[in-house]
Design a protein around this ligand. Structure first.
Ligand SMILES: O=C(O)C(=O)C[C@]1(C(=O)O)C=C[C@@H](O)C=C1
Length: 436
């Protein structure tokens, strides 16, 4: 993996000045969208299964008996609703088995409904991973990340795309824009850490931008305490790093006797660069061993994260979604919102539970102040306020008929639904050993 020199970090200002290197049809669309940027665009409120790249546009089956406010008045009502939903799933499964999946008409509680066609029977589509990873412009794949060289995000870019040209950006927002403006082919963004939890900013940005999640990588994060050569621990009266890194090392810093000021900066390697560039003899940075090498700092303490199995999960974003497949473990990420109604979350989660689809993550984000632009079938847009946005990751591919049916059902309970991406799961076994 190559990376640009720290001085070439992309900033919002430089993006505004940089003309798009390739004339492309997306440019006009981008301009139009940004003109309307008061709204989060949400035009794919049609069948999510179809908009997420399912090749067969089949009408969404109406498979639920829930009417808004009509269910859930008592525990018994609620339980019988669950039983109905469960029996529908079982009868759907049995029908699919009987017909070998070829007949797409299912009898559900006496009503005929259309099932989405199981695409197992169709020829397997090619995916990006079947093709050469080389991008259209014939050069190395260019991957935008937030931070400067030596950041963990740069390591994640290298794990995801080993031959890539890593492009440092000074903010997450800039990494999104770099892909939208064709300056980069992919962006790699941290979304959650095993110790620190979710990186909320990136959840919000995923909704605001129109990029697709095309993959994930889990990176063991091994932090070091770095200082200028000759500086001893006793001289330190300030530790600087990314807020997540400071949080991940909190206990260990105290154990090391470093009851000193902690200051948050934009990224871990940026902290190391700052100490070196300003010749700060009273300040240490928490960053990777690679950052120590790059900025000529000494490692005062190694492996200072509070938990040896400290993992950060990153997602890769692209302008186009990948074609989901069924022959390897896939994950799908969605975001949805609902108007007022009873037990909506319960109903949404049931749509997955009754189909034995495991959820790996659920996150809610307050969203009161930012309207979402919904587009109806007649292409008429209206602005709508939702209190919360819910982000869910589940373990199934959009090529899996169970996921398609679950989402068709989720769509009936919700007012806004977007598939953020369906992508191969990172299955690499990890160990607490050193890997950065
Ligand atoms: O600062 C970095 O090096 C990053 O890549 C960012 C980041 C984060 O945002 O969580 C990534 C991994 C670590 O958990 C700490 C910081």
């Amino acid at each position: 993996m190559q990376s640009l020199a720290p001085s070439s970090t992309i900033s919002i200002k430089s993006i505004m000045r940089t003309p798009s290197p390739l004339p492309n049809p997306h440019r006009l669309a981008f301009t139009v969208q940004s003109a309307a940027s008061r709204f989060d665009s949400a035009s794919n409120t049609t069948n999510p299964a179809v908009s997420a790249a399912a090749p067969v546009p089949v009408p969404v089956p109406s498979t639920n008996n829930f009417t808004s406010g009509g269910v859930g008045k008592s525990r018994t009502d609620w339980q019988s609703s669950c039983a109905i939903l469960a029996s529908k799933v079982v009868s759907q499964q049995q029908n699919t088995e009987k017909t070998g999946g070829a007949d797409n008409i299912t009898v559900v509680n006496g009503h005929k409904t259309l099932d989405l066609v199981p695409i197992d029977n169709l020829p397997k589509p090619l995916t990006i991973t079947d093709l050469s990873p080389a991008p259209m412009h014939g050069a190395q794949i260019r991957v935008a990340y937030q931070g400067v060289p030596g950041a963990y995000s740069e390591a994640a870019a290298g794990k995801a795309y080993p031959q890539c040209e890593a492009i440092p950006c000074d903010q997450f927002e800039v990494a999104f824009q770099a892909v939208e403006l064709w300056i980069a082919d992919r962006a790699v963004l941290p979304v959650e850490n095993s110790l620190g939890g979710s990186i909320h900013r990136n959840y919000d940005l995923l909704l605001r931008h129109r990029l697709h999640i095309v993959g994930e990588v889990q990176l063991p994060v091994h932090h070091c305490l770095l200082a200028l050569p000759g500086v001893r621990k006793e001289y330190i009266n300030r530790v600087i790093s990314h807020p997540q890194a400071l949080a991940q090392c909190e206990l260990t810093l105290t154990k090391l006797g470093l009851h000193v000021t902690r200051e948050a900066v934009d990224d871990t390697a940026g902290a190391a660069e700052f100490v070196a560039a300003n010749n700060l003899r009273d300040t240490a940075a928490i960053a990777s061993a690679r950052a120590a090498d790059l900025y000529n700092l000494n490692i005062l303490a190694d492996g200072i994260q509070d938990d040896s199995s400290n993992i950060t999960r990153f997602v890769m974003l692209a302008r186009e979604p990948i074609i989901p497949r069924n022959d390897r473990p896939f994950k799908t990420s969605i975001v949805f919102a609902h108007d007022k109604g009873t037990s909506v979350l319960f109903k949404v989660l049931s749509a997955f539970a009754f189909r034995n689809i495991s959820l790996t993550k659920i996150e809610s984000r307050p969203h009161r102040n930012r309207p979402i632009r919904l587009v109806d079938d007649a292409n008429v847009g209206t602005a709508k306020h939702f209190e919360y946005m819910f982000y869910v990751d589940f373990e199934a591919s959009m090529a899996d008929v169970r996921a398609q049916n679950a989402l068709a059902e989720v769509q009936e309970f919700t007012s806004f639904l977007r598939v953020l991406g369906s992508y191969p799961m990172d299955m690499t076994p990890w160990s607490p050993s050193r890997e950065d």
